[in-house]
Design a binder for this molecule. Structure first.
Ligand code: B3K
Ligand code: ZN
Length: 871
């Protein structure tokens, strides 16, 4: 497979003004008829360029004609994914018929069947599995789509835009949809199935009426209200915060069970993984409620940041994804707890994106090359991309940022543009020079900020010395200094913020050089610095905080994020200390400072319980692994478990007290107040159950039996299932399955709970579950629940010294490579990290990567990740 480079970009030689499609859906095959109005692109360099159409090798070409003249094989050249017509008129109509087989499409790209219903996934390059087309985002066309199918089995026929005609004949029916907005093929969508929907009216800020419709299988119709509420909140928020309103008469969301990722923003017809739409108190946890809200908002926001203004080429993916993740994060922060949202996003970034940035697949937010674009829907493009937009927001301030986004939408509405166009709009609207800032888009790797300070009481000067360093990555050796906003505050001995420039308590320093010293004048006392407030830049921060200073910040910092982060830093240090004791064969001893700090937070009833739960959550094994130079799987697991059990032992009474005090008072609602209470209550329970005492186990079982919602039930389930009380564990797992076996998403949770059980012997249990009726290798949600959870989270079992976990994963990847390359490629992630382990594990992991490489015909997806990992 060949790499594609950003530097080779050329404008399309032809444009497609209109696209007319007709789908004849039948059991054994689908015929796709297309009629395209094509003309030469006046901006193309060569006037004689051939017409290049993309078509997946699975496409059967039945007919091709230009202006009604039938072409035969001598008139075109088909090779790989390209069909080339050497000579075409300046303007012409191209007609094409292809035969495709959705029923055998297990890749879940293009047109496929999910359960019994037809649906599509075209981003990034799935449209070429439907028909021959210029399948590139800078070719935008007005689509008219007719869908024809059996009327009884597929009563609902949907596509983008508005329905404009329909009819029926001999048990079959058809509907024609028209989408007036030019769009690239990746935003095309079609759905045909036996679906029902809920509907609500919406009036946009300019007074236009829109009908909002969410479709699902009839059995799930009662689980759509939360998604609908979320959609309406998102629409209102985008009007208020960005001045953007919806532009079609209908907005549709369809829930499907077989889906490679979370959801897809197809114009006017979003297609969603059921896991990101369905919600009900009995089946959905609080965390999943929030995820539904966030994903619904994200896809809605794409209507402007993605659809009205789209990407010129796939190297620009973060143009729409980074910006849209930033938008959905701000939306969630505005309607829920801002600090908690920030903590969750930063946790993901620091745990998984930092790991990606230091691994073999490291790439800039705007990659310079790829083999398979599906491999670049990454944490770097999404989450780090969002951080880059957030830094622009920090540097410009809310008002100028809004001016910049207005200008961006105004300049580029209806266009396919680049990340640089986005920065240019921000520059033009703010008058700021962002030349150096642009390096965030082109340089991979996570910067480290090394900081030191000194204070001179005589001159009342406080000086902060900062050094930034960007590590080498496989793609780039030379790195230049970045433009980094560093938000900070200085605390006096009482914990109050000192007044900084212009009386502000938080100041944003702008780092631009490799080494800089910042001087603060008139600082009356030696301050404790609160650095990188709100995580103002995606960097690793090194500053020699004493444990006392961390405890102090935990209780005093006015920045909620940093209060939490001080607690994390303290816990990381303490656990790392325990790991060292373990390796030296010493008896483990927990630092009392952590216990005291946790006790104080636990006792503080004035704090938001959600924040208390965050502060009292120990850093995950994954985060501790990311911080390690060489990951010692057992030491991390044991040290963390020890800290947990010791904290539980020493704080048993207050944990129990808060657990009781936070008992539910009314019926379940996923509102902020209740969510916060449940999160802390479940956290208290998790500490208590860690003590492995029958009384606490009984407490968990009582919660499991008496609760009225999935948040409490699932928390209790996983605590009991992971406990050493094997009989109780088996009983509760069996009960849970019996209760929920008809709820697919809940059964997936049941699989995931078992997949991350750290008790020995997990691999045997996973293999048995793969044979269970609840498992299906063709359903990505199930693969993620069982296999990705086991390999990604259950470190002690997956990294078992025998290498059996690695061999198991390699087998699954080889299997999935044939069925679903995108999912197969994602499964590879844990193996790509082999350099972080000891020599023995490195050898075992590399051997499995080689076995995959030698296993026969690899998809581009799997080949790219495996070869780069070994390279
Ligand atoms: N844009 C889609 C992702 C498509 C991934 C294709 N492999 C979902 C989203 O980011 O909104
Ligand atoms: Zn997106």
């Amino acid at each position: 497979p060949q790499a594609i480079y950003l530097k080779d970009y050329q404008v399309p030689a032809y444009l497609i003004d209109t696209t007319e499609l007709r789908f004849e859906l039948a059991d054994d095959q689908t015929l796709v008829h297309s009629r395209l109005k094509v003309r030469r692109n006046p901006e193309a360099t060569s006037a004689q360029a051939p017409l290049e159409l993309h078509g997946h090798e699975s496409l059967e070409l039945c007919r091709l004609a230009i202006d009604g003249r039938e072409l035969d094989a001598a008139d075109y050249h088909r090779e790989g994914e390209l069909l080339t017509l050497a000579r075409v008129p300046e303007r012409f109509e191209l007609s094409c018929t292809t035969r495709i087989h959705p029923q055998t499409n297990t890749a879940l790209e293009g047109l496929y069947l999910s359960g019994g219903m037809y649906c599509t996934q075209c981003e990034a390059e799935g449209f070429r599995r439907i028909t021959f087309y210029m399948d590139r985002p800078d070719v935008m066309s007005v689509f008219t789509t007719t869908v024809e199918a059996d009327q009884a089995r597929f009563p609902v026929l949907l596509s983008n835009g508005n329905p404009v005609a329909s009819g029926e004949k001999e048990g079959r029916h058809w509907v024609t949809w028209e989408d007036p907005f030019p769009k690239p093929a990746y935003l095309f969508a079609l759905v045909a199935g036996d679906l029902q929907h809920i509907e609500r009216p919406y009036k946009t800020m300019s007074g236009r009426d829109v009908s909002l419709r969410i479709f699902a299988e009839p059995k799930d119709l009662d689980k759509l209200d939360h998604a609908m509420d979320s959609l309406i909140n998102a629409m209102r928020w985008d009007e208020e915060v960005y001045g953007r309103e919806y532009d079609l008469d209908i907005y549709m969301i369809v829930a499907v069970d077989f889906f490679n990722m979370g959801a897809m923003e197809n114009k006017g017809l979003n297609i969603f993984n059921t896991s990101c739409v369905l919600a009900s108190p009995q089946t959905t946890t609080d965390a999943a409620y929030l995820r539904v809200e966030g994903v619904v908002a994200h896809e809605y926001f794409h209507n402007w940041s993605g659809n009205r203004v789209t990407c010129r080429d796939w190297f620009q993916l973060s143009l729409k994804e980074g910006f849209t993740v930033f938008r959905d994060a701000e939306f969630s922060a505005d309607i829920n707890s801002r600090t908690v949202k920030r903590i969750e996003d930063v946790t993901l970034l620091r745990t998984a994106q930092f790991a990606e940035d230091s691994g073999p697949m490291a790439h800039p937010v705007r990659p310079a090359s790829y083999i398979e674009i599906s491999n670049f829907y990454t944490l770097t493009v999404y989450e780090k991309g969002a951080e880059v937009v957030r830094m622009l927001h920090t540097l410009l301030g809310a008002e100028l940022f809004r001016r910049g986004s207005d200008l961006y939408f105004e300049r580029h509405d209806g266009q396919a543009v680049t990340t640089d166009d986005f920065v240019c709009a921000m520059e033009a609207a703010s008058g700021r020079d962002l030349t150096q800032f642009r390096r965030w888009y082109s340089q991979a790797g996570t910067p480290t900020l090394r900081m030191a300070d000194d204070y001179d009481a005589a001159t009342q000067q406080y000086r902060l010395h900062v050094e930034q360093q960007l590590p080498q990555t496989p793609d780039q050796v030379e790195k230049l200094p970045l433009h980094i906003p560093l938000a900070l505050g200085l605390l006096d001995a009482s914990g109050a913020d000192l007044a900084l420039a212009e009386g502000a308590t938080t100041q944003v320093l702008e780092l631009t050089e490799q080494r800089q010293t910042f001087v603060f004048e008139q600082i009356p006392v030696h301050p404790v610095p609160s650095l990188l407030r709100g995580f103002s830049a995606p960097v690793r921060l090194q500053y020699p905080y004493s444990r006392d200073a961390l405890v102090f910040l935990m209780s005093h910092d006015s920045d909620g994020f940093n209060r939490w982060d001080a607690g994390q830093r303290l816990a990381v240090e303490v656990i790392q200390g325990l790991m060292a004791q373990y390796r030296q064969g010493e008896a483990l001893q927990l630092d009392g400072a952590l216990v005291d700090a946790y006790a104080a937070v636990l006792d503080d009833e004035s704090l938001d319980p959600a924040m208390v739960a965050k502060v009292l959550s120990l850093p995950s094994e994954a985060y501790l692994s990311e911080l390690a130079d060489c990951i010692d799987v057992e030491a991390i697991h044991l040290a963390r478990q020890f800290a947990r059990t010791e904290l539980a032992r020493l704080l048993e009474a207050p944990l129990q007290r808060r657990y009781e005090a936070l008992a539910p008072t009314g019926v379940y609602a996923p509102d902020a107040d209740q969510v916060a209470r449940r999160s802390l209550r479940n956290l208290c329970l998790s500490y208590l159950v860690a003590l492995e005492a029958p009384a606490h186990l009984a407490r968990a079982r009582a919660q499991y039996d008496s609760c009225d919602n999935m948040t409490e039930r699932q928390a209790a389930l996983s605590l009991i299932a992971h406990s050493g009380f094997e009989t109780d564990a088996a009983a509760v797992l069996e009960d849970f399955y019996q209760r929920y076996q008809s709820e697919t998403l809940v059964v997936n949770q049941w699989l995931a709970v078992q997949a991350c059980d750290p008790k020995p012997g997990a691999l045997t249990r996973i293999k048995a579950l793969m044979q269970h009726a609840a498992f299906d290798l063709r359903n990505p949600n199930k693969v993620r629940s069982l296999i990705s959870t086991f390999c990604g989270i259950n470190a002690v079992n997956f990294h078992d010294g025998s290498g059996a976990g690695y061999a198991f994963l390699a087998d699954r990847i080889i299997e999935m490579n044939r069925l679903n390359p995108q999912v197969a490629s994602r499964l590879l992630t844990p193996l790509t990290r082999w350099r972080k382990y000891d020599a023995a594990r490195q050898a075992l992991m590399q051997a499995q990567l080689r076995r995959i490489l030698d296993s026969g015909e690899l998809s581009r997806d799997v080949y790219e990740v495996v070869s780069k990992s070994l390279g």
